[in-house]
Design a protein around this ligand. Structure first.
Ligand code: CP
Length: 297
């Protein structure tokens, strides 16, 4: 079966079609199909938005949703994850939503169990493709011609699966004016993305249409990384005043959870410039679209 392991699994046309399906679901609940197939989620990293939005998405589609409590599963008795998934698969579950710290574990699962469908709900620092679907939806809803928009991504890009998947998705759709702003310690070492790298936040924001802030991911810092958050905040924390440099209709996105007053001020997070809760809302429709795409057979 087909899986969603990373955003590049889609062609440009497939991605556009999926974004249209998301809009269809966002516009009217009468457009929701009903799917018989059950789906299971296994979250090995913390989550609020992704976990709950997948559950709501499945329920909106009439699917049975099984949330595996991984902290209390038979993996604690030595069962491998592949054996656990084969066990659930034998019970009739075809779709598996997985969040894990390993970048490519989900690829291994997909190769090992080809009769099941795997959906990446976040894989280490590598990929978060369903976040990209909701991010692209939010941009499309607010920007008239996304292909010509200037998208500025700010912050801890080094540890961000959100940034890498978003850049991949934007590039696939033909967006070329992507600016990544980070201090040297938050710049990925080997990124081959087609973006403009900058370190000066104010210069980068001039003419921006979309500003994407990222969470500072302390839990992924290498123990030897010595970072002064006070220095980071002085130079890179986004505030309402930064939007005097952008285009007038520019808005803020952030994947959440936010560290208030670390990467963005509370005033900005709660301002009319913020599209954060619109992103969250779109997350349910985005996950409905991917469940339909992969499991409505
Ligand atoms: N953006 C995101 O993945 O949020 P959660 O970690 O709460 O799922």
């Amino acid at each position: 079966m087909r899986s969603l392991l990373e955003i590049s699994n889609f062609s440009k046309d497939e991605l556009k079609k999926l974004l249209e399906t998301i809009e269809l679901y966002a516009n009217d609940s009468k457009n929701y199909p009903q799917i018989k197939s059950p789906v299971a989620s296994l979250f090995y990293e913390d989550s609020t938005r992704t976990r709950v939005s997948f559950q709501l998405a499945a329920l909106n589609l009439g699917m049975k949703y099984v949330n595996i409590d991984v902290a209390n599963s038979s993996e604690n008795k030595g069962e491998t994850l592949i054996d656990s998934i084969n066990t659930l698969h034998a019970m009739g579950i075809k779709g598996f939503i997985i969040r894990h710290k390993s970048p490519k574990l989900i690829h291994q699962l997909h190769d090992a169990i080809p009769s099941a469908s795997f959906i990446n709900a976040g894989s280490g620092m590598y990929a978060h493709p369903t976040q990209t679907l909701l991010d692209l939806t939010t941009i499309r809803q607010r920007v008239d011609n996304m292909v010509n928009a200037k998208i500025v991504i700010v912050g801890d890009i080094k540890h961000s699966r959100v940034a890498s998947s978003l850049v991949t998705g934007l590039t696939l759709l033909g967006v070329t004016n992507i600016v990544c702003v980070a201090p040297s310690y938050f710049k990925p070492e080997n990124a081959t993305w087609q973006v403009d790298w900058q370190s000066n936040l104010n210069e980068a924001l001039v003419g921006a249409d979309v500003v994407v802030a990222l969470r500072v991911q302390k839990e992924r810092f290498h123990p030897e990384m010595k970072i002064s958050l006070a220095d980071y905040q002085k130079e890179y924390r986004l505030d309402v005043r930064h939007f005097s440099l952008t285009n007038p209709g520019a808005f803020l996105m952030h994947p959440g959870p936010i560290n208030r007053d670390v990467e963005i001020t509370s005033a900005l997070a709660d301002s009319e410039k913020s599209a954060i809760l619109q992103q969250v809302k779109n997350g349910v429709f985005a996950r409905m679209a991917i469940l339909t795409h992969l499991l409505a057979i």
